[in-house]
Design a protein around this ligand. Structure first.
Ligand code: MSP
Length: 513
């Protein structure tokens, strides 16, 4: 079986500092990547920055900075954020790197060779903020100006010579592809949007600009720069050393398992990107997942609305793992989600401190006191112990399929239920009343410790730092985490020492409203 997994985030525009929406995409991708890694996959996880185009050129001009210097500065804040978010990305690609430029130029010449590019003139609307072309029926009036109806960003009229990609030619092959690969576009609701857009008829796409210079030059015509989306989308293969398609990296990881993106950039990923790849005779990615937006006060975050939530401030106040946990659990994946600090605090208090942290502390303290600080070795499972332990084994495939289908909320819901059940088991079994029955006391402690171990393995992709801290109870480290070992009911080494650990999550004092 193919045990390779390639996941990508969008590459972010370094036009301003990263915000919560960017952090969200990256955290979800990291969660999926970490899960696959502990499930024995070879994982390639790509993120990076999208640095060409008029949007970036203008942002640099506004700051009176050289464009590349400006990109260097802001791209670094994204790279730093990857570290702050504890991402396990394998690579961080910048579209201003030579390796990327080489790939984009090569892809262009392939499209040219296949007869998919011609020179003409573009007359129509363009949004610099979205770096997107819009039809007349996609724009509307707003305070005497024109805006794109979908994104509400301003559009300007363009009249310039441009190269075109014969997108119209790919309408039928794309529809056939969607039909044959019903899971290519997720979630389902967004798939329908895309299909009806394609069915409405595809117009050829302008793929070069002549009126500014910040971009990759069109091969053999340096008056034009390549359209920033054709440039940016290529990052997914340039990171795998395209055009070296016989190279190890490309052979191992292409086609991508999932391109994780926000819903606003679905058209680029589910229509344009597959069409470019079809024209260049490159296999298509297996899935494009368009998640919803993180809303702040019911609106998408944007600089102009002044409602940006800064992930760094939240991390500073609550720590990284609470933020990761909260975003993964509380935003219904695929839909928009309003986030609030109040809900985040509830999550920390009820799930992380009360439910998980408390279970870890209680059973460890009890074992230290009553089992000589050791993992008990004189045990005999009863039916109720095996009942609770074997549930994990029975659910392994379901959890795997949750991840493969990006049913993120179901995955975490399983953990929350398991935590309730584990706490109830420990309470109901009342080991403190079993001091005259050592075997029974030992077995309850052992069973609960095993459950803590299993749940901690499950939590690792979500809250890696705290999980590793919890695993210190058993002297286990990152290398020991293996998803399939969740089916093992006697993974822990009996007789080994148990360590006391400091509190995993402090409860947050909430002000009464
Ligand atoms: N540079 C392009 C992507 C090119 S990928 C080949 C781009 N960059 S972006 O920085 O504007 O946005 C990056 C991602 O962040 C997009 O997927 C976008 O949907 C996501 N988000 C931006 N704001 C968001 C929220 N408020 N909430 C969730 N995600 C949002 O588009």
């Amino acid at each position: 079986m193919d045990k390779n997994f390639y996941i990508t985030t969008p590459i972010y525009y370094p036009s301003a500092s990263p915000h919560m929406g960017h952090a969200y995409s990256s955290i979800i991708a990291d969660f999926l990547a970490r899960f696959k890694k502990i499930d024995g996959y070879s994982v390639y996880f790509l993120t990076g920055t999208d640095e060409h185009g008029l949007k970036i050129q203008r942002a640099a001009e506004k700051k009176n900075m050289d464009t590349l210097e400006f990109c260097n500065q802001i791209s670094k804040t994204f790279k730093d954020l990857s570290k702050t978010l504890n991402l396990t990305n394998t690579d961080f690609i910048r579209t201003t790197e030579e390796r990327h430029k080489k790939s984009v130029k090569h892809l262009w010449t392939e499209l040219e060779k296949s007869g998919d590019i011609y020179l003409s003139k573009y007359s129509g609307w363009y949004s610099v903020s979205d770096e997107a072309f819009y039809n007349e029926d996609e724009v509307e009036d707003f305070e005497g100006k024109k805006i794109a109806s979908s994104s509400k960003s301003f559009v300007e009229w363009l009249d310039e010579e441009s190269y075109f990609f014969k997108l119209s030619k790919w309408e039928k092959p794309l529809l056939d592809f969607y039909n044959k690969n019903p899971n290519f576009i997720c979630p389902e609701s967004r798939k329908n949007e895309v299909i009806s857009f394609v069915k409405n008829g595809l117009k050829d796409l302008s793929i070069s600009r002549k009126s500014f210079s910040w971009g990759i030059k069109v091969p053999n015509n340096n008056h034009h720069v390549i359209y920033v989306w054709l440039d940016a989308l290529t990052n997914y293969i340039s990171a795998l050393n395209y055009p070296n398609i016989e190279g190890d990296l490309f052979k191992k990881f292409w086609p991508a398992s999932v391109h994780l993106i926000g819903k606003d950039i679905l058209r680029f990923h589910a229509v344009y990107w597959p069409a470019f790849l079809l024209a260049a005779k490159i296999e298509l990615p297996k899935r494009v997942y368009g998640h919803g937006w993180i809303l702040s006060g019911d609106q998408k975050m944007s600089k102009s609305k002044g409602n940006i939530l800064d992930p760094l401030q939240i991390i500073e106040k609550y720590g990284l793992d609470p933020l990761r946990y909260y975003l993964i659990k509380e935003v219904s994946f695929g839909n928009d989600g309003n986030i609030s600090q109040d809900r985040l605090e509830d999550c920390v208090n009820s799930d992380l401190a009360n439910n998980y942290g408390n279970l870890c502390q209680r059973v460890t303290a009890f074992a230290i006191k009553n089992c000589n600080s050791k993992i008990p070795d004189n045990i005999k499972f009863e039916k109720e112990d095996l009942n609770i332990l074997s549930k994990y084994n029975n659910n392994l495939d379901k959890l795997r399929s949750n991840i493969d289908n990006q049913n993120i909320n179901s995955y975490i819901e399983y953990i929350v239920n398991s935590l309730f059940e584990a706490n109830k088991y420990f309470n109901d079994q009342e080991p403190w009343k079993k001091k005259d029955n050592v075997i029974r006391l030992n077995t309850i402690v052992f069973t609960t410790l095993e459950i803590v171990r299993k749940i901690t393995f499950l939590l690792y992709p979500i809250i890696p730092e705290s999980s590793l801290k919890a695993l210190k109870i058993f002297n286990l480290s990152e290398e020991d985490i293996d998803f399939s070992s969740i089916s093992n009911n006697e993974f822990l080494n009996k007789g080994n020492n148990i360590n006391k650990i400091s509190i995993l999550f402090e409860k947050i004092e909430k002000k009464d409203d």
